[in-house]
Write a protein that binds this ligand. Structure first.
Ligand code: PLP
Length: 451
């Protein structure tokens, strides 16, 4: 115990050469915190029999702490999993143009809420919405924080304590504990559930409309699972016809809501925003960072009088979008408007990637590493869209003992690399690895093989 007295004081360590360097790099308060915390650790360790480290070791421990404390917890990773819209990995990577637009409006001031013509207060709602209405041909549009917020706002503003009709087959859990019925209830709306898990008929809607006053009919895309077998569901235009005959508006929550058809890429047809509007839905809402390929956002398009009600509701302020989002979303929408979405938006480049190119890239990796082989595999779209659908791909496969430990080491790489295991092989899908990340991926794999 007695040698604890030999432990240097905080002051003594602050006044070392390293101490002044740390103060310059990390600031005085954090440096002192790190020294105190290190000394506490050493004392605790000493009580349980540990010996007293040298001053050099003590200083190293302080630096470790400082470095550990300033590493951002949110960091870029390399997604070699082959899941294109990976909800745990930040969903859609954004285009270069979206990034630049974000940068430009956020390092300085912007006309976010300023009418440059009139020299007075303007509306932030203008920016992305002008593009949305032109692009989709909707009367009006509104952008909010995310699609869950879009659904909550629409139901709060349009239904509140009154009744909303929804089919039981659509009361789904999207992921991360997000449940459509919970969000619906949160708005104060009373749910009128109709049909059964697998079958819903137009007469179920008609009966609900006839039996009680209904404020809204909602349809929610099942997103991340499919019901197969003995199933039926009326098409949207028939639901709309029944609703409109009773002067009830229809809200279609598409979830992913793509603007481009997924079928040409060998995938099932994911419901499109334009189709819902054409079928007569009064409001359609979808995410900005699923198949749209932009920033996190909830987008609501449809009839102007309903959109106006949503904009006026106090909740709209609580779920409004930030300028960075609006800039990134506008730049993303512009890709669609200029018919360059497939070549400019990363997730669409991945979806449309050429098989031969993927194979050549995987082969290039194997050659570079002088190990592994190229095997066929499957990529998926993810992000609560196209359940059970996959796209043929080629994988770099490494036959390494304990592939799970190998993948763990890769997750600790800088930048972290996310691969997966297939038939006891560690596999890496070039489809989701951005072009500029290839080199980092190979360095990381090489290092982890050698460890
Ligand atoms: C993903 C999804 C949501 C939630 O969208 P976020 O943008 O993640 O808030 C809501 N409804 C459906 C049907 C979805 O698929």
């Amino acid at each position: 115990m007695s040698d604890l007295r030999n432990l240097p004081s905080v002051d003594k360590l602050v006044n070392t050469h390293q101490g002044s360097e740390w103060i310059a790099n990390f600031g005085r308060p954090l440096t002192i915190d790190a020294i105190r915390s290190m000394l506490d650790d050493v004392r605790t360790d000493h009580k349980s029999g540990g010996s007293l480290p040298s001053q050099a070791v003590l200083l190293d421990k302080v630096l470790d702490k400082l470095n550990f404390w300033v590493v951002p917890t949110l960091r870029p990773v390399i997604n070699a999993s082959g899941v294109i819209i990976h909800t745990n990995l930040g969903r859609a990577p954004m285009s270069q143009a979206a990034l630049q637009a974000t940068h430009q409006v956020s390092v300085g001031y912007s006309n976010l809420e300023y009418d440059l013509g009139k020299g007075q207060r303007g509306s932030r709602l203008l920016h992305a919405e002008t593009l949305l209405t032109r692009l989709i041909g909707a009367e009006a549009a509104l952008v909010v924080n995310n699609n869950a917020a879009a659904v909550l706002l629409a139901l709060t503003a349009l239904v509140h304590r009154r009744r909303v009709v929804i089919a039981r087959s659509q009361l789904v859990e999207i992921g991360g504990g997000f449940r459509v019925p919970d969000v619906m209830k949160q708005s104060g709306a009373k749910l009128v559930e109709i049909g059964t898990t697998n079958r819903i008929h137009l007469r179920d809607y008609q009966q609900a409309i006839d039996e009680q006053p209904i404020k809204l009919i909602m349809r929610a895309h099942r997103s991340n699972f499919a019901i197969v077998g003995f199933t039926t569901e009326p098409p949207l235009d028939e639901i709309v016809a029944a609703a409109h005959a009773a002067e009830i508006p229809v809200l279609d929550d598409l979830g992913s809501g793509t603007l481009l058809d997924t079928a040409p890429y060998g995938l099932a047809h994911e419901p499109m925003v334009q189709e819902s509007l054409a079928a007569g839905a009064d409001l359609v809402c979808f995410s900005g960072d699923k198949l749209l390929g932009g920033p996190q956002a909830g987008i609501i398009v449809g009839r102007s009088e309903l959109v106006a009600k949503l904009k006026k509701h106090p909740l709209a302020r609580a779920v409004r979008s930030d300028k960075m989002t609006l800039a990134a979303l506008s730049a993303t929408l512009l890709h669609y408007l200029k018919d360059e979405a497939v070549s400019e938006i990363p997730i669409w480049r991945m979806i449309s990637a050429d098989q031969a190119e993927i194979q050549a890239r995987a082969q290039g990796w194997a050659t570079n590493l002088k190990s592994g082989k190229v095997i066929p595999g499957e990529s998926t779209v993810g992000g609560g869209s196209l359940p059970g659908e996959s796209m043929p791909t080629f994988l770099l496969a490494l036959d390494i003992p304990h592939p799970d430990r190998f993948l763990k080491r890769l997750r600790q790489n800088d930048p972290p690399i996310i691969g997966r295991i297939q038939d006891s092989l560690a596999v890496f899908d070039p489809r989701t690895v951005l072009p500029e990340q290839g080199e980092y991926l190979l360095n990381g794999i090489q290092t982890s093989i050698n460890e």
